[in-house]
Ligand binder design. Structure first.
Ligand SMILES: [Zn+2]
Length: 247
């Protein structure tokens, strides 16, 4: 069973820290993800990756404890869609840094930050906040970045070509972890939107409308499957554990 910090008492947490457990902090966003997925997609994904990371750590004789997720972040690209809540880079960085130092202050010497809100400016803030917190608090803080080569190629074509937002990739991950949250009727009928999102962002697009995604999705949600989602989670969890134990 996954150890969740939110469900433990302080003496139980103290024992875990004293035993050298690795703290895991899932990071997501509250953001529009097409007409077929809910706002908390990135949180669902980050928490499921964290759960599987903790499982793998346990199998390797280590312990992992999953802290409550960060559910808000820098989310400018979807800011115009109802329900999306964006927090500035400065505030997000400060908040993350405080949370990480709060965890470290109780003796957790190694912390893994599992970020699955991949908006480039947000991911940059996560890396910077982790670095600043590590310098300030002395803990080792690892941010596995699944966008990096060569690992990213294993996540499939769509992820690198721009469907990393609410397309086949993310929809498969939600179908595997929380299928009840997917609007199946809508999903099955969504046409593919083959947009190079990273390319459009580099070319200056400032939001999903400008990037060519008027419904806040890219790629091919209709091609998604739970099976592909499980395959992706195993890859992401394996990659994260490798990074966590090496970093
Ligand atoms: Zn997302």
């Amino acid at each position: 069973m996954t150890m969740r910090a939110a469900h433990l008492t302080w003496p139980e947490m103290k024992r875990l820290a004293d035993d050298g457990a690795i703290a895991l902090l899932p990071v997501g966003s509250t953001e529009a993800h097409g007409p077929h997925l809910p706002l908390n997609v990135d949180v669902v994904i980050a928490e499921e990756v964290a759960r599987r990371v903790a499982e793998r750590l346990a199998a390797a004789g280590r312990r992992g404890v999953v802290f409550p997720a960060i559910c808000y972040g820098l989310t400018d690209f979807a800011a115009k869609f109802a329900g999306t809540v964006s927090v500035s880079a400065t505030a997000t960085a400060q908040y993350l840094q405080e949370v990480l130092c709060g965890i470290a202050s109780h003796g957790f010497a190694r912390i893994g930050v599992l970020n699955h809100h991949v908006e480039p400016a947000h991911f940059k803030v996560v890396h910077e906040a982790a670095k600043a917190a590590a310098a300030r608090c002395g803990a080792t803080i690892v941010v596995p970045d699944h966008r990096r080569r060569p690992f990213v190629e294993r996540l499939g074509d769509e992820f690198t070509r721009g469907g990393s937002h609410a397309g086949e990739y993310e929809t498969s991950l939600v179908l595997a972890a929380a299928p009840q949250l997917v609007r199946e009727e809508v999903r099955r009928n969504l046409p593919e939107l083959a947009v190079d999102l990273p390319g459009r962002i580099k070319a200056g697009a400032r939001d999903f409308h400008e990037a060519g995604g008027p419904e806040a999705y890219f790629g091919a949600p209709a091609r998604a499957s739970a099976e592909e989602g499980h395959r992706l989670y195993e890859l992401l969890a394996g990659f994260s554990v490798d990074q966590l134990l090496a970093g």
